[in-house]
Design a binder for this molecule. Structure first.
Ligand code: AGP
Length: 642
């Protein structure tokens, strides 16, 4: 992970570097640091580093009165070495400083070699190897002495294995910044007062919207006046300059206590925005996934979904929908497993990559792997329009959840589900499994979803009242069946991530095959209990828990006839038929036309409703425990290392 920024500016680069780091903190927040080249009257490379958040670095920088036109900065998510000041970037070798995002796989061998040349290491990181390696290229310890910083970086990069984005400055060339990219994202910003670099477009927005995405193998030398760019063969090259459509406005917290809470409550709007293009439609057009979608959907014989974490649970939910409604085989692969296992490629398969950030290293690499295996029907479902994953697929659907700041994904997940349901319907149409009236009924249910989610949000006070029961527990079990099993997985993940309570999810039928041994009065068991075809089986599973003294917390649809008792706590999910005249006015959710439906239960879209209740439960348990809800320990929002 980690976030990097760099500047070669005609003005002081500190405001940009600190603002950029604050924007990139979602990539890691263990420690932060920056280095600057001397302005006139100041001698030598200046560096400031601190354990903890960017705000702590900013006060150090202010106290030291640092300034400089050329600089680099970094916010860290620890991989090699504990979060500590001595491991924070930039790492220095002589008068040269480096920040790095990614992992150098051969750093141990390089470190040994460099120690042989007399280089002394002061950190446990792989990055310090890069700093000494570039210096060794400069000094001629490796190859001929490099003529300048660009060729020293070029020489060093040739010895690195792994994924990286680098930014390097040196006292030898105080007017320039050199950056390189292999595997990890890096883009340049072109502004009136100079040139900038960052691992994410959002970090450039404080100075410019004009950007250039670097390709793997690219190395660039930036000065305030110029950009010189070479490709992996060392040939001068150019990349397109685009104008970013991203919005520079910081996301305000408003009346909410945390971004996660805000984002949970934004879900009706996020769904409404994402589904805007179907607001008045009686029929779906494949073109909403891209110009070639109709042709591709007609050709494919199966679906392969690849994702990580919460996004993979969206994929698992969609598997139930796609196989049931479209009658097409659908498999879901965890990206980090898929990319390394020997799978059987099928060029007639639709490969769907799901990612909130669009930068998740494993998902991106898995997409590359699928393409290398001959998969050419590729589709991205993503919340970030200019992200790496979106730029590499044939088809795409951008969810319109808006920026998700909380590390725990909420509105990104439910909007992904809504898009996966649209995909299900289109695949069903292509497979001639959907008649016009059923299609219209499903579209009505989708249009109804924002209001239905709003009704679940209204349960917050009751869910909050449950939170205290969980806060002193070490473990929790989550149970679901069918399309609600992935929702149980997501509920357990949410609780783990932000409350640090160990939580596991099982398909309820699996309980008796092992996990039942764990059940006692100290192990709360959360049950997702929709009023669907699996309800009676689920009730039997609940009995198994009760008979062992377990305490059940059941989210039950109305009509489920699950009754409360001493050790069975039941929270009634909103009545779907009641949504028709519900307390939410259509005006609350921009542009979508909400129509009454004749739902008997929450139907195929019920997972979207149940997960909202579980998000609220995790949030309120974390609140009682007093954890850092938006930035939980050890995690980062965008996982750009494998
Ligand atoms: C979600 O709460 C997690 N923080 C995490 O599992 C996340 O979903 C995963 O890292 C995948 O991220 P992506 O959707 O950006 O690819």
């Amino acid at each position: 992970m980690c976030g990097i920024v760099g500047a070669a500016s005609a003005n002081d680069s500190i405001p940009f570097l600190l603002a950029g780091l604050a924007t990139l903190e979602y990539r890691g927040y263990d420690s932060a640091g920056l280095a600057l080249l001397p302005n006139e009257g100041v001698n030598g490379l200046q560096r400031a580093r601190s354990k903890g958040r960017v705000a702590e670095l900013a006060s150090k920088v202010a106290q030291a009165g640092m300034s400089g036109n050329v600089g680099i900065a970094h916010t860290r998510w620890a991989t090699h070495g504990v979060p500590a000041e001595h491991n924070a970037h930039p790492h220095i070798s002589g008068g040269l400083a480096v920040v790095h995002n990614g992992i150098i796989e051969n750093y141990e061998a390089l470190r040994e070699k460099l120690q042989g040349f007399g280089y002394v290491f002061t950190s446990d990181t792989d990055t310090e190897t890069i700093a000494h390696l570039i210096q060794a290229c400069f000094k001629g310890h490796i190859g001929e002495p490099a003529e300048n910083l660009l060729s020293a970086v070029q020489c060093a990069v040739a010895h690195l294995k792994g994924a990286f984005a680098l930014a390097v400055i040196s006292e030898e060339e105080p007017e320039c910044l050199v950056v390189a990219r292999e595997g990890s994202p890096l883009m340049l910003g072109i502004a009136d007062d100079g040139h900038y670099a960052a691992s994410d477009a959002s970090a450039l927005l404080s100075v410019t919207k004009r950007m250039m995405y670097l390709e793997n193998g690219d190395i660039a030398r930036l000065t305030p006046e110029s950009i010189s760019l070479i490709d992996r063969l060392g040939q001068p090259t150019q990349r397109n300059v685009i104008t970013s459509s991203l919005n520079a406005n910081a996301v305000e917290l408003g009346d909410y206590s945390h971004y996660m809470q805000k984002e949970i409550f934004e879900q009706p709007q996020a769904l409404s925005n994402t589904l805007e293009m179907i607001s008045g439609a009686g029929q779906l057009q494949a073109g909403i996934f891209g110009a070639e979608a109709a042709d591709i959907f007609a050709q494919i014989d199966s679906v392969l979904i690849i994702a990580c974490g919460t996004s993979s649970y969206a994929g698992m939910t969609a598997k139930y929908w796609i196989e049931q409604v479209a009658g097409i085989t659908c498999n879901v692969e965890i990206a980090s497993e898929y990319r390394y296992r020997q799978s059987v490629p099928n060029p007639n398969q639709l490969v769907v990559v799901i990612s909130q950030s669009g930068e998740t290293a494993d998902t991106l690499a898995a997409l590359h792997h699928a393409k290398a295996l001959g998969h050419h029907h590729t589709l991205a479902i993503c919340n970030v329009p200019e992200s790496a994953i979106v730029r590499e697929t044939v088809l795409r659907f951008i969810t319109r959840a808006g920026p998700e700041i909380g590390v725990a994904s909420t509105k990104a997940f439910t909007t992904q589900l809504s898009v996966l349901f649209l995909l299900t319907l289109l695949l069903a149409k292509a497979n001639q499994r959907l008649d016009a009236s059923t299609e219209k009924a499903y579209l009505d249910e989708l249009r109804h979803l924002p209001i239905a989610v709003g009704k679940v949000l209204a349960l917050e006070p009751s869910i909050k009242a449950w939170a205290g029961y969980f806060a002193d527990k070490q473990h929790a079990l989550f149970l679901g069946r069918g399309r609600h099993y992935p929702i149980a997985l997501e509920g357990a993940l949410k609780l783990k991530e932000i409350s640090y309570i160990h939580a596991e999810a099982y398909p309820a039928g699996e309980l008796k095959h092992g996990p039942l041994a764990l059940v006692d009065s100290e192990m709360p068991v959360v049950v997702v209990a929709p009023n669907d075809e699996t309800l009676e089986k689920l009730k039997a599973n609940m009995q198994e828990v009760s008979a062992r003294g377990g305490v059940l917390y059941v989210f039950a649809d109305s009509g489920s006839t699950v009754t409360s008792s001493e050790n069975v706590h039941v929270l009634q999910m909103p009545d779907p038929t009641g949504f028709k005249d519900g307390g939410f006015k259509t005006d609350d959710f921009k542009s979508t036309v909400f129509k009454s439906t004749d739902l008997k239960n929450n139907g195929l879209l019920s997972p979207v409703l149940h997960v909202v209740a579980l998000q609220l439960l995790a949030y309120h348990v974390a609140l009682v425990k007093g954890t850092d809800v938006d930035k939980p320990r050890n995690l980062a929002k965008s996982v750009t290392v494998e």
